[in-house]
Design a binder for this molecule. Structure first.
Ligand code: ADP
Ligand code: 5GP
Length: 231
């Protein structure tokens, strides 16, 4: 019998409001044998969030105990206050099933995972520009004004890390972004097995490669840089 193959780890990061959750949900519907790593966090549940679905909500003491017993593949303090972490057990479980694993984590977590799993495939989702990000945050209707301003300010810093990622997806038209993400995941699988015929997937994904997208990213960064910092 052949050895179980190692799961491919896909990392997706984005400033809040870019559409990452929407895209992740679409991706999980479109791609078979792709598991979502449900993170642990010490922040409180929001809205309709359920324990074990979006996150495992635990206390700081429980989180620190898990750090002690080396249960995390990576963990970080996000927004300067709450702990977030990816449990190693999701990798083991994906491997046992012959599945791949999708991590929705921040820039700090992505760097830690890349260090430990250099073959991980990382994807950064950008909004088309700052104004659209602001509009999406407002339309989502989850945050008060101070939180929206904090998210925009955090976004300004986070987007400067885009070039640490293997792929960049500019989430303008949802359907196109979703197709690009699907293409990135599937083309990487193809590359790791072999196939000559699915070149369209590979071409679609390659359009989002950092080296092919730099010129489209610059005007987006400028749209964030040209505004005075929020208090
Ligand atoms: P994130 O998970 O990055 O914080 P969400 O997935 O919650 O972002 O998306 C923020 C808002 O933007 C939601 O109201 C969502 O429906 C909307 N949205 C996501 N992608 C697009 C898109 N491509 N075009 C227009 N609206 C979008
Ligand atoms: P939120 O609290 O809005 O759900 O998520 C805040 C940020 O934490 C997002 O950027 C999200 O990607 C990140 N995040 C969620 N889970 C993890 C995790 O396990 N590790 C790290 N490092 N970041 C995470």
């Amino acid at each position: 019998m052949s050895e179980p193959r190692k799961p491919i780890v896909y990392i997706i990061s984005a400033p809040s409001g870019s559409g990452k959750s929407t895209l992740v949900n679409e991706l999980l519907k479109l791609v078979p044998k792709l598991d979502f790593s449900v993170s642990y966090t010490t922040r409180s549940p929001r809205g309709s969030e359920q324990n074990g679905k979006e996150y495992y909500f635990i206390s700081r003491e429980e989180f620190e105990q898990m750090i002690e017993s080396a249960e995390f593949l990576e963990h970080a303090t996000v927004f300067g206050k709450s702990y977030y972490g990816t449990a190693r057990r999701f990798l083991r479980e994906a491997e046992a099933k012959g599945h791949d694993l999708l991590l929705d984590i921040d820039v700090q977590g992505a760097a830690q995972v890349k260090e430990k799993c250099p073959d991980a495939v990382s994807i950064f989702v950008l909004p088309p520009d700052r104004q659209i990000l602001e509009w999406r945050l407002r339309r989502r209707g989850e945050d008060d004004e101070a939180t929206i301003q904090r998210r925009l300010d955090t976004a300004r810093r986070e987007i400067e890390n885009y070039d640490k990622y293997d792929y960049v997806v500019i989430n303008d038209k949802l359907e196109e972004s979703s197709e690009s993400l699907q293409a990135i995941v599937l083309s990487d699988r193809l590359r790791k097995t072999l196939s000559g015929s699915d070149t369209r997937m590979i071409e679609l994904a390659d359009r989002c490669r950092l080296s092919n997208i730099r010129s489209r990213v610059q005007p987006i960064l400028e749209s964030f840089r040209n505004l005075p910092a929020q208090a």
